[in-house]
Design a protein around this ligand. Structure first.
Ligand SMILES: [Zn+2]
Length: 391
């Protein structure tokens, strides 16, 4: 008979299935009590527990998404983590029967702090719409010290202290399958001295986080720090390898251009534990997807595919199309003839263009369903290619 700890170990597994002979790409399977995730996998962002765009749970089934990531900070800001726990966690609260990830709030240390201040993404230039501001605007991060991070609430301005312990407790209350250690996500503008301090502070916080009790139905991802500095990345990779965690995420700033990010991942790859799933945090737009998979990334999350959908952009096999352009009004054809999603089977470009012109909410919902389905289909093909050694 299996012991309790053996049974608990089996509830969560990462099994590597096929490793490419041509690159570091691999296919695998993550098993959780709420289902399985085939890797490499895209994790859609569900900021407040639901994917933005007005999708209900029936729409989710039309997207083929395998899992989702939710932002702990926003549940703390709304003061709802305890309420979610009383109902039985995010899965019950949102009627979601898929694996759920929650981040720790570490990303908001950047996005509401230096990111907001200078209008930056995690890679200085990766989001062209977020051009760097000349004059810093107001940061909502008031102070970072040994204790944790002092935020000003973006909603009502009240004081929020996030610490390794309070992040762990909030993520326990939300009850996701996978939770993340609380870190200081640095900025692409940080110099080496600041990056080193942020890394050392994060490492201290990781130890405190791991000493805080979470649920036995949860597993943890550690986060590698070190910005764009090779020695720091290697040091942090070795530190995270030694922690008792299920998976390893690559966090922190990733440089000023995509090439910096690829270089950073290759440094991490020198030391990273290859038996664990690797998650590249906050990056997943189409033009980097193949390259990061070839660098051994198993999981990636990004708000971009759903955000651009709400702004009228459809991803297609012939490149993105802007459904807000009225030139499309005569096009009685689907978004993509090669796509067999619910939207492409039932709606034409002309109809969706009309919905955008009329400012009907269904417009963003339809494009969100299509974009997610499009990415999932693309990943299915990539996984097949890896398995056949053709990737
Ligand atoms: Zn489609």
């Amino acid at each position: 008979m299996k012991t309790k700890s053996e049974m608990q170990k089996e509830m969560f597994k990462f099994e590597i299935e096929k490793i490419s002979k041509k690159s570091k790409a691999r296919t695998g399977m993550i098993t959780t009590p709420h289902g399985k995730v085939k890797t490499p996998a895209f994790i859609p962002v569900a900021t407040f527990g639901v994917i933005k765009g007005g999708l209900d749970f029936k729409d989710y089934q039309k997207t083929k998404t395998q899992c989702q990531i939710t932002n702990t900070f926003h549940f703390i800001d709304l003061d709802r983590t305890k309420e979610v726990e009383k109902i039985g966690g995010l899965h019950k609260f949102f009627n979601c029967n898929k694996p759920i990830f929650t981040d720790s709030g570490g990303f908001q240390v950047f996005s509401l702090g230096k990111g907001a201040e200078f209008g930056l993404g995690k890679i200085g230039s990766i989001f062209p719409e977020q051009r760097r501001r000349e004059k810093p605007s107001n940061s909502l991060v008031k102070r970072i010290n040994d204790r944790g991070v002092h935020f000003k609430s973006p909603r009502d301005g009240r004081e929020i202290w996030l610490t390794p312990e309070s992040s762990a407790l909030a993520q326990k209350e939300l009850g996701a399958d996978f939770i993340y250690l609380f870190d200081v996500c640095g900025s692409p503008l940080d110099g080496k001295k600041t990056t080193k301090e942020e890394m050392e502070l994060s490492h201290e916080w990781f130890k405190r986080f791991l000493n805080t009790k979470i649920s036995s139905n949860q597993r943890i991802f550690g986060i590698i720090q070190g910005g764009i500095y090779r020695d720091l990345r290697i040091k942090s990779t070795e530190f995270v390898n030694d922690l008792d965690v299920f998976g390893i995420a690559i966090g922190g700033a990733l440089g000023k251009k995509k090439e910096d990010m690829y270089k950073t991942i290759s440094w991490v790859n020198e030391k990273i534990d290859w038996q664990k799933p690797h998650h590249l945090l906050g990056i997943g737009d189409l033009d980097v997807m193949e390259k990061i998979i070839k660098l051994g990334i198993d999981l990636f999350d990004c708000a971009l595919p759903t955000r651009i959908a709400r702004h009228g952009m459809a991803l297609t096999s012939k490149g993105p199309i802007d459904l807000k352009k009225s030139i499309l009004k005569d096009k009685f054809k689907p978004l993509d003839r090669n796509c067999d999603c619910f939207v492409c089977q039932n709606y034409t470009q002309a109809q969706i263009n009309f919905f955008f012109k009329a400012k009907e909410q269904i417009a963003g919902r339809l494009l969100t369903i299509h974009n997610l389905y499009f990415i999932e289909t693309l990943l299915e093909k990539i996984r097949e290619k890896i398995a056949e050694n053709k990737f």
